[in-house]
Design a protein around this ligand. Sequence first.
Ligand SMILES: CC(C)(COP(=O)(O)OP(=O)(O)OC[C@H]1O[C@@H](n2cnc3c(N)ncnc32)[C@H](O)[C@@H]1OP(=O)(O)O)[C@@H](O)C(=O)NCCC(=O)NCCS
Length: 153
Amino acid sequence: MSAVKLDATKLSYEINPDLSRVDWKYVCELFDKVNWRVREEREIEAAFKKSTWSIFIYEGERLIAFGRTVDDGRYYALLADVVVDPDFQGNGLGKYLVKTLNEKLGDNYHFVNLTAAPGKGDFYKSLGWKKQSTSYIWPQGPKQLRQHTEPDQ
Ligand SMILES: CC(C)(COP(=O)(O)OP(=O)(O)OC[C@H]1O[C@@H](n2cnc3c(N)ncnc32)[C@H](O)[C@@H]1OP(=O)(O)O)[C@@H](O)C(=O)NCCC(=O)NCCS
């Protein structure tokens, strides 16, 4: 249940906005608020600028959710950085982000993937995503090894 009541009349959905106008310091604060690894302002801005689709959701002036896609234009695409401010979770914003980003990618790609944060698999399953049995990861450290891999058989 969301802690802050969402005023739907004040919501604005910005798809591929002018990224130079985004408050990247605040974006980093939202990553921090959902306990994701620290993002550096200039780096996350550069990463979004290399993304094909990005969505930012505001309630009034306040940024409350965002997400993006990365792809090669034809074969591989992935969803990344799907984040909803915990104050506004449970209002359908995450669902909107995932469905809209997926729709924007269309059916042009051979593979459309995402890496779920630990504990969020059921969120994606509820939206029709399937757990891929054949994906592999090159762990970028012990935490990732622990959180994103299965024990060797
Ligand atoms: C995961 C996240 C994006 C969900 O956003 P949200 O706006 O709270 O989700 P929604 O309100 O759109 O929920 C959509 C549906 O998913 C379900 N759902 C939401 N979070 C869930 C979870 N952790 N596990 C299982 N189901 C979940 C909801 O119950 C809802 O179901 P319904 O359509 O039957 O009512 C949000 O919790 C978040 O930003 N978390 C921190 C960052 C993160 O983990 N991002 C995603 C991983 S890559």
